[in-house]
Design a protein around this ligand. Structure first.
Ligand code: FAD
Ligand code: FES
Length: 270
């Protein structure tokens, strides 16, 4: 259940150029959080910026109650957040609908030994680490291929952490400084040559668009996390609406903050 907490900051470090990881203590939030859910964070002391900023949950340690967020500094709010070394931050969450932590049954699929692919592009890899933690917890490491893409090798996120959990990882960089030179969706195209039961993804909009087209063509189900601009974060305004197809195939609108940010491929119209 979502709550409002003043969480004590227990760590903050720059993990890649312009990318920060902040850790804080929030035991009850940690217990209830699911991968793909986000936190709505007050990013300033006074009323500027007025609106909270949505940041996904990057990792959770349910035993110690520690939660991490990973974020890119792009403006006023995230710059303020990156400057917090100690003290407390005002957090609302966990919010939204997260990823299905996969077992064949949960996803409604008939597969006893599923082959899963997790695709992260740029800062979109941030929430996928929590998903990998949960997939490892339910014993799904061998069945998963992780594909990570970034502009350059030093912007590749969660690579080492995913390997430490035991996952197979392939990487793509735009400039060829790490792994395959090209797009992470090129690697996905190769993976889809093999039996694939489900794909999870988070990344920039062009990546998600192309990934959804590929999955539709291949008839492979999946879930994508979308990044809409958000204001209230709880379904009370209209700033995060996104186009979807309902179960009857009719186009309609949903709030990304409560009905998402994770949507089924085929449901969300990107
Ligand atoms: C559900 C959700 C989860 C998110 N998770 C993460 C995360 O884990 N890590 C992370 O780094 N970022 C994440 N974001 C994006 C993050 O919320 C924005 O980068 C942040 O709000 C920018 O605030 P700011 O005050 O620093 O920048 P602003 O001054 O508000 O904006 C600076 C620039 O960033 C652009 N921008 C702002 N918000 C968004 C957005 N939602 N989508 C695309 N562009 C935006 C603006 O157009 C502008 O160009 C997430 C967004 C959503 C909706
Ligand atoms: S952000 Fe207000 S309804 Fe989603």
């Amino acid at each position: 259940m979502s709550q409002l907490v003043q969480a004590e900051i227990t760590g903050c470090r720059e993990t890649a150029p312009g990318i920060w990881v902040t850790e804080f203590l929030a035991p009850s939030l940690a217990r209830g959080a699911m991968p793909g859910q986000f936190l709505h964070i007050r990013c300033g002391e006074g009323s500027d910026p007025l609106l909270r900023r949505p940041i996904s949950i990057h990792s959770v340690d349910r035993q110690s109650g520690r939660v991490k967020i990973m974020f890119q500094v792009v403006g006023k709010g995230t710059a303020w957040l990156a400057g917090r070394r100690d003290g407390f931050i005002d957090i609302m969450g966990p919010l939204g609908r997260g990823f299905t932590v996969f077992t064949g049954e949960q996803a409604g699929l008939d597969c006893s030994n599923p082959r899963l692919v997790v695709v992260g592009g740029g800062i979109g890899a941030a929430p996928l680490y929590f998903l990998l933690q949960e997939l490892a917890r339910v014993g799904c490491v061998q069945q998963v291929m992780v594909l990570l893409g970034a502009r350059t090798a030093n912007q590749l996120l969660i690579l080492d952490a995913a390997k430490v959990l035991g996952f197979n990882v392939r990487v793509a960089t735009d400039d060829g400084s790490g792994g395959y030179r090209g797009l992470v969706t090129d690697l996905l195209a190769e993976e889809l040559q093999q039996k694939t039961d489900f794909v999870f993804a988070c990344g920039p909009l062009p990546m998600l668009k192309s990934l959804c087209d590929m999955l539709r063509d291949a008839g492979v189900p999946g879930e994508v996390s979308v990044e809409e601009r958000m204001a209230c974060g709880v379904g009370a305004c209209l700033s995060c609406v996104c186009r979807v197809k309902d179960t009857g195939g009719i186009e309609t609108y949903r709030h990304a903050c409560v009905d998402g940010p994770v949507f089924a491929v085929g449901e969300v119209l990107l």
